[in-house]
Design a protein around this ligand. Structure first.
Ligand code: ST9
Ligand code: FAD
Length: 616
């Protein structure tokens, strides 16, 4: 039986009943899609995800890729190779590609809904399959307008389904990407020789694709005006594993001088290779400057933005299947008697009868479904950006709100998911949750990485406050707050919840105001900056709770209206009842904690910054 439990009903509810995403179908670049087609796409990917993609999930964890240090190659487990091939053969990855690259233009909201299922069933399949998606960045020269050569390479990446990597991290440059020392030396033929050691590179080596294209950040040397310190001195290079004819894409048979010199042994997501890559040790590692411009960090952030959305969606998808597995177990596991019937001979009941199990299940349900809605809501802004671009315009408000929401999807989504998978989903199974017989222990191990890669949670918190609020001049947060305020003031079935939302919004606004005061005060007393940074992760989590609560109440309103209208099937009646209940539960159980968080933030002082290191 499949480990993966999807929730297509909930996905469709979000897209078509709450967020009105049907409005983008049948228009502009999504001209050929309609709701019926979208539902059929969701149904097909659902089946693929639950069967072929989910099948090797446990096997490839227990029998991970094998690294041969002598040949510096990796042999992938056969079971995983089959799942990967099924996915590539299915062509579903084309929904993420533009028409220029033979994609099937699909609005981001539908795209991420489809990908949620791939990521929940087998995240490593998605990650290895991303080569063609990476080609978008090569095609556009990382947003600077690609050269004819870049576009040709991008087409080969799609046509030949090559793998790809994003290569930033080095032993001394993790969060601090600007500390990278890998060098790029210009050659007479217009290429560059890359020299250095990169660490932790996902999909850096494997035997599933004909070629791998590495997108490498390196610092040019010996070229006037570029290659200075920090991130702004980095350029982005296209470095293939095998050389190929840039026009035809045929491999020349020549190996490039970039090798996997180690593959890490990890806590989770073991089938996804994490490689040390050594460039130019003995033989040259040839690369080509992307877009022929030195703008590496901005170009790489095109990849990072997509990958941050992907990581948050992966985490949330895992929590959802964790919850649904826990729910199934709880409905069958009998243990103890009902609290109101404590006699020794009282009949044993399923654990769903115990209040604490119900609390736990509803916690899982409301977070998993609320955060799924957060992904779709964020993707809704991406729909706007996508539609505007297709019309040759820009929707700057949507771009900025999307930017604001990305650290929440990634940072908040991964933190809440990984913690709840352990404290609630696994816990529902009792001791059995700890066993490899059930998928939850692997979910916990596989989801932990989501709080780490693509920028740790601390980095997401800083990104949210310093870049997405302060540097943005408060524009996006202002638009989001206006939307929330209008909703709170509107009439709707969930009236009491609106009042609690209002209080929570005031609490979040209070903390933002406090942090702005501290940052302003830092002009006089620089140490106030520490106070701000002591609260950035707190704000990330508070804003996440607030936005999720808002979305759940919106969904609860829709569901309550359906219930009032009546005439529902038994399944729909149960579904909508659950929606109203989860909104009420989240608002009542989670939002009041924001008032405490605000109080804690107000009491922030510099005591722990003044503490000598030895006292820790
Ligand atoms: C990793 C991979 O962990 C994990 C799994 C990979 C799986 C494979 C991927 C599959 C996905 C498929 C992808 C296909 C993609 C195709 C896409 C198609 C469209 N937003 O603040 P400053 C830029 S990889 C946008 O001064 P510092 C901006 O240009 C490793 N841009 O920073 C800015 O200049 P300006 C991941 C941003 O102090 C410039 O950076 N590693 C943003 O110099 C400098 O900004 C990490 O994520 C942003 N949010 O450097 C590193 N932020 O201001 C985490 C910055 O003029 N560390 N820029 O606009 C950080 O993020 C640091 O904060 C830092 C600091 C490096 C940015
Ligand atoms: P550090 O930066 O050393 O951080 C250590 C701790 O200090 C963290 O808690 C962090 O939050 C905190 N910290 C650091 N700096 C600050 C700060 N300024 N303010 C507050 N707190 C801070 N990288 C790639 O380039 N490509 C990949 O494909 C890739 N895949 C990966 C796959 C796996 C399985 C792993 C484990 C990592 C991968 N990475 C990849 C690297 C990943 O992006 C980094 O591990 C991550 O960015 C953190 O860097 P670090 O590990 O050096 O931790």
């Amino acid at each position: 039986m499949s480990h993966y439990k999807s929730n297509v009903r909930d996905i469709e509810f979000n897209l078509f009943e709450v967020l009105g995403r049907d409005a983008v179908l049948g228009t502009g670049p999504a001209e050929e899609l309609d709701v019926e087609t979208a539902r059929a796409m969701l149904a097909e990917v659902d089946v693929l995800a639950r069967t072929k993609l989910a099948e090797p999930f446990a096997d490839s964890d227990r029998n991970p890729p094998h690294y041969d240090a002598e040949t510096r190659t990796v042999a992938m487990p056969e079971s995983f190779k089959m799942a990967f091939k099924s996915y590539m053969d299915s062509d579903w990855w084309r929904v993420e590609l533009s028409a220029d690259l033979d994609g099937q233009p699909t609005p981001p909201s539908l795209r991420w809904s489809l990908m949620e299922m791939v990521l929940g069933a087998n995240p490593a399949v998605y990650i290895y399959s991303a080569g063609p998606k990476f080609s978008e960045v090569v095609y556009t020269g990382g947003g600077n307008g690609g050269t004819e050569r870049d576009r040709s390479i991008a087409r080969h990446m799609v046509d030949r389904q090559w793998g790809a990597t994003m290569v930033l991290t080095e032993p001394d440059a993790g969060s601090d990407v600007g500390a990278g020392r890998t060098r790029a030396i210009p050659q007479d033929d217009g290429s560059w020789h890359i020299e250095g050691v990169k660490r932790f590179i996902t999909s850096g080596e494997h035997d599933m694709t004909e070629n791998i294209i590495h997108l490498v950040l390196a610092r040019p040397v010996g070229v006037e005006g570029v290659g200075g310190p920090g991130t702004k001195g980095l350029s982005l290079f296209v470095v293939p594993k095998y050389h190929f004819d840039h026009e035809t894409g045929e491999l020349t048979g020549e190996r490039n001088g970039v090798y996997a010199t180690n593959v890490e042994k990890k806590m989770g997501i073991k089938v996804s290779t994490t490689c040390e890559l050594t460039f130019g040790d003995g033989e040259p590692a040839k690369g080509w400057l992307l877009g022929e411009v030195h703008d590496g960090i901005a170009q790489m952030f095109k990849v990072i933005e997509h990958a941050r959305m992907m990581v948050g969606t992966k985490a949330i998808a895992t929590l959802s299947t964790g919850y649904l597995n826990a729910l199934e177990y709880a409905k069958e596991r009998k243990q103890g008697a009902d609290l109101l019937n404590p006699g020794k001979d009282a009949p044993r009941v399923t654990i769903t009868h115990h209040p604490d199990v119900r609390r736990s299940l509803m916690t899982q349900k409301s977070f998993a479904e609320g955060m799924r809605l957060l992904v779709a809501y964020t993707a809704g802004f991406q729909d706007r950006v996508w539609m505007a671009e297709a019309a040759g315009e820009r929707d700057e408000d949507a771009e900025r709100i999307n930017d604001l929401l990305l650290p929440i999807v990634k940072g908040y989504g991964s933190e809440r998911s990984w913690v709840l998978l352990g404290t609630e989903s696994l816990q529902t199974f009792g001791g059995s949750g700890f066993l490899a017989d059930y998928p939850i222990e692997q979910y916990v191990r596989d989801a932990k990485i989501d709080t780490l890669y693509e920028g740790t949670t601390a980095i997401q918190g800083q990104d949210l406050f310093f870049r997405k609020i302060i540097k943005d001049g408060g524009h996006a947060i202002g638009l989001l707050t206006a939307e929330l305020s209008a909703f709170i003031e509107s009439e709707g079935p969930l009236t009491e919840e609106r009042a609690t939302l209002k209080r929570a919004m005031d609490d979040v606004a209070g903390v933002v105001g406090l942090m702005i005061n501290d940052i302003t005060a830092a002009a006089q007393e620089p140490r106030n900056t520490y106070k701000v940074a002591l609260n950035t992760t707190r704000l990330l989590m508070m804003l996440g709770d607030l936005v999720v609560a808002y979305l759940l109440v919106r969904a609860g309103d829709v569901a309550a209206t359906k219930l009032e209208q009546g005439g529902l099937s038994a399944a729909d009646e149960a579904f909508y009842t659950g929606k109203v209940a989860s909104a009420r539960f989240f608002v009542a159980q989670v939002l009041p904690k924001l008032t405490a968080e605000r109080k804690i933030a107000e009491r922030t002082d510099l005591a722990i910054m003044d503490l000598p290191e030895a006292a820790f």
